[in-house]
Design a protein around this ligand. Structure first.
Ligand code: ADP
Ligand code: MG
Length: 566
C-alpha cells in the first residue's frame, strides 16, 4: 500500500500561507506593499486587537477591474512580472503573486476596489477558500482589503501569536520602515479607536524623519549622498560625537525595500569604528540603490533579506562613503575647534594615553559616591599595577597578569549592586529641576506603556504633553539629568526586545552599563583598587551583564617561556 498521498489544495494553500503570513504584521506588510505597488499616495491602516481580530488597509492607488479582482486570489497570479527573465530585475515590492491567496486562505477577507471615478466597483467576500459574495458597489478609485480573524482556521498558529501590544509593536516597526522609504505617501495607523500616527506626505526623507523621530534626532544626523557608477547611497547617519546607545536604530533599504543585512551593518559599523565613544552606535537611515539586476530579492520567504551579486563592491562602497562623510565632518569640526582655540589664545595639552601608574584623576560626583569610604582592607590579590590606555586596569597575582576592561568590570559590579537595591524596591529617585522634554516615536510610546510599572520601579516618572512630546518628571538618582534622558530612551528600545520575564534584568543591566566608568576615562589608583576588589567579590567576575568578557589573563608560565626562563 502506498504511503504517500497528494495533499488537497485546501491543505497545501494553508501550508504555503504559513510561510508568507507568520503574524498580523506580515499581512499588513503584504497589503501595504500592494498599495505602494499600485501607486497609492495615501495609505490608511486600521487594526483591532493587534491585528489579530481585524486589519484594514485602504489606498487610493490604481484599483482593480472585476476580472483582476477575481483572479488576484489565485496562487501565482500577479500583474508585476510576466516571464522568467523578469525575475532577474524586479522593480516592484511584490512579484510572487502569493500574498492575497495566502492571506485569504487563513482569514475572513473582503475586498473593495474600483479603477476609475464613476465606474462600478467590485466587492468580494471570502472565508478561507470559499467565495461568499461577489457584488457591484460604488467605491472611490483605489482598494480596501479587510482581513478578519487571522488564522481562524489554523488554531495552532493562532495560539502562537503574541500579546496584542506585542503584535501591534511589530506592525508599528514595519510601518515605520515603509513610512521612511516613501515620504511622499501619506500614512496613518489606528488601533481600535486610537490613532497611533498619521504622517502627511512630505517632500524629503529629512522631513519624514522629523515627523517620526522628532527634532532632537534630526539635529544629531548628517546627510550622506554618494554615487559610484550605478550604485548610490543616500540618507542620514549620526554626526559624531553623537550616536545612540542602540544598534537597532540602523535602518537599511535596498531599492526602497527595508532589509536586514549583515553586510551593510558591518560596513557602517566598521566605518564608525573609532569615531564614537565605545558603547555608542551609529544611527542610520540609509538607502542604497543599485540596478535591479544587481540584487536578488527572491532569497527570503518574506523578502526581508536580499543578496547582492557582488557583495564586496557593495561593502567597500558603503564603507568608503561612510568614512568619507565622517572625515569630512571631523575636518569641519577641527577647523572650527582651531578657530575657537586661537580666539582664546591658548593651547590645550593632552596627556599621552599610555600606561599611567599614578594618575590624579578628577573624581566626578558619581565616582566620589561610588568610590568613597574605601574600606582599609589588608592587601589582597589581585593587586593593581596601573592603567593602560586609560581603558584597562593592569593587575597582578603571583600566577598571572590580569588585564581588566574597566568599563565591563564596573558594569558587572554595579549590576550586582543594583540588583540588591532593586530587591528592596527602594530605588533612589529624584525630581528633575527643569523638566526634561523627550520626543517619542509611536513604537517608543507603546513600549513605555507596556513597561510602565517596570520603568516606574526604576525611578522614571513620565507625563504626556500631547502628541509625541513627553516630560520626565522624576529619574533614578544615579544619573545626571541629561544622561537620564538618554538612558530612558535606550531602555524603551532595549526592554521591548526582551521576553517579559527577562525585562527586569535587562533594565538593570542597561542602568549598570550607563553608569559605569567609560573606556578612555583616567582612574586614580584608589578607584582602580576599589573596582578590582569589588569585581572579584561578585558572583561572576569574568563576564559583564551583557555577556562580554571582562578580563584577559597572561600566565606567569607564558611570560617565563617567552623570556626563555623556562
Ligand atoms: P503580488 O503583489 O506578488 O503581485 P499579490 O497576491 O500581493 O501578489 O497581489 C496579486 C495582484 O493583485 C497584484 O499583482 C496586483 O495586480 C493586484 N493587487 C493587489 N493589491 C492591490 C491593490 N491594493 N491595488 C491594486 N492592485 C492590487
Ligand atoms: Mg503583493
Amino acid at each position: 500500500m502506498s504511503r504517500i498521498i497528494r495533499l488537497s489544495p485546501a491543505v497545501s494553500q494553508k501550508i504555503a500561507a504559513g510561510e508568507v503570513i507568520e503574524r498580523p504584521a506580515s499581512a499588513v506588510k503584504e497589503l501595504v506593499e500592494n498599495s505602494l505597488d499600485a501607486g497609492a499616495s495615501e495609505i490608511n491602516v486600521e487594526i483591532w486587537a493587534g491585528g489579530k481580530r481585524f486589519i484594514r488597509v485602504t489606498d487610493d492607488g490604481s484599483g482593480m477591474g472585476r476580472e483582476d479582482a477575481l483572479v488576484c486570489f489565485e496562487r501565482h497570479s500577479t500583474s508585476k512580472i510576466r516571464s522568467e527573465e523578469d525575475l532577474e530585475a524586479i522593480a516592484t515590492l511584490g512579484f510572487r503573486g502569493e500574498a492575497l491567496p495566502s492571506i485569504s486562505a487563513v482569514s475572513r477577507l473582503s475586498l473593495k476596489t474600483a479603477e476609475k471615478r464613476g465606474e462600478k466597483g467590485t466587492f468580494i467576500e471570502r472565508e478561507g477558500e470559499r467565495v461568499l459574495l461577489i457584488q457591484d458597489i460604488g467605491f472611490p478609485p483605489g482598494t480596501s482589503v479587510e482581513v478578519k480573524d487571522l488564522f481562524f482556521n489554523l488554531p495552532a498558529r493562532r495560539k502562537f501569536l503574541r500579546s496584542e501590544k506585542s503584535e501591534l509593536s511589530s506592525i508599528v516597526k514595519y510601518l515605520t520602515g515603509v513610512c521612511l522609504a516613501f515620504p511622499g505617501v501619506r500614512f496613518s495607523l489606528t488601533h481600535g479607536k486610537r490613532e497611533i500616527f498619521h504622517y502627511p506626505a512630505v517632500g524629503s526623507l529629512k522631513e519624514r524623519i522629523f515627523q517620526i523621530y522628532g527634532k532632537s534626532t534630526i539635529a544629531n544626523l548628517m546627510e550622506v549622498d554618494y554615487q559610484q557608477d550605478e550604485i548610490k547611497i543616500f540618507g542620514f547617519v549620526s554626526a559624531p560625537p553623537s550616536g545612540c546607545y542602540d544598534r537597532r536604530r540602523q535602518i537599511f533599504f535596498v531599492n526602497k525595500r527595508p532589509v536586514k543585512d549583515k553586510l551593510l551593518q558591518a560596513a557602517l559599523n566598521q566605518a564608525y569604528d573609532g569615531f564614537l565613544e565605545r558603547g555608542r552606535f551609529a544611527e542610520a537611515f540609509l538607502f542604497l540603490s543599485c540596478p535591479h539586476s544587481e540584487v536578488d530579492v527572491n532569497v527570503h520567504p518574506t523578502k526581508a533579506e536580499v543578496r547582492f551579486r557582488s557583495s564586496n563592491t557593495v561593502f567597500s562602497f558603503v564603507f568608503k562613503c561612510m568614512r568619507q562623510a565622517l572625515l569630512r565632518h571631523q575636518g569641519i569640526k577641527e577647523i572650527y575647534a582651531a578657530q575657537e582655540k586661537e580666539k582664546k589664545g591658548f593651547r590645550i595639552e593632552e596627556g599621552p594615553p599610555h600606561l599611567q601608574i599614578e594618575t590624579d584623576a578628577k573624581e566626578d560626583e558619581m565616582g566620589q559616591e561610588l568610590f568613597a569610604s574605601l574600606p582599609e582592607k589588608e592587601e589582597l590579590f589581585p593587586r593593581v599595577l596601573g592603567q593602560y590606555l586609560r581603558s584597562y586596569i593592569v593587575a597582578e597575582t603571583p600566577e598571572e597578569i590580569l588585564i581588566i576592561d574597566q568599563h565591563n568590570a564596573h558594569e558587572r559590579v554595579l549590576f550586582e549592586k543594583y540588583k540588591e537595591i532593586h530587591k528592596g524596591k527602594k530605588w533612589p529617585q529624584k525630581m528633575v529641576l527643569f523638566p526634561l522634554l523627550v520626543d517619542l516615536t509611536p513604537s517608543q510610546i507603546l513600549s513605555m506603556e507596556e513597561n510602565q510599572s517596570l520603568l516606574e520601579e526604576a525611578g522614571f516618572r513620565v507625563e504626556a504633553m500631547g502628541g509625541q512630546s513627553y516630560v520626565l518628571r522624576e529619574v533614578p538618582d544615579i544619573f545626571q539629568e541629561e544622561e537620564a534622558k538618554d538612558v530612558f530612551l535606550s531602555l524603551l528600545e532595549e526592554i521591548k526586545e526582551e521576553k517579559i520575564e527577562k525585562r527586569e534584568e535587562a533594565l538593570l543591566a542597561t542602568l549598570a552599563c550607563r553608569t559605569a566608568v567609560k573606556v578612555g576615562e583616567p582612574l586614580s589608583p584608589d578607584r582602580m583598587k576599589y573596582l578590582v576588589d569589588e569585581l572579584f567579590q561578585t558572583p561572576n567576575p569574568s563576564l559583564c551583564p551583557h555577556g562580554r568578557p571582562i578580563t584577559v589573563r597572561i600566565e606567569r608560565r607564558e611570560i617565563e617561556k617567552g623570556l626563555k626562563r623556562r
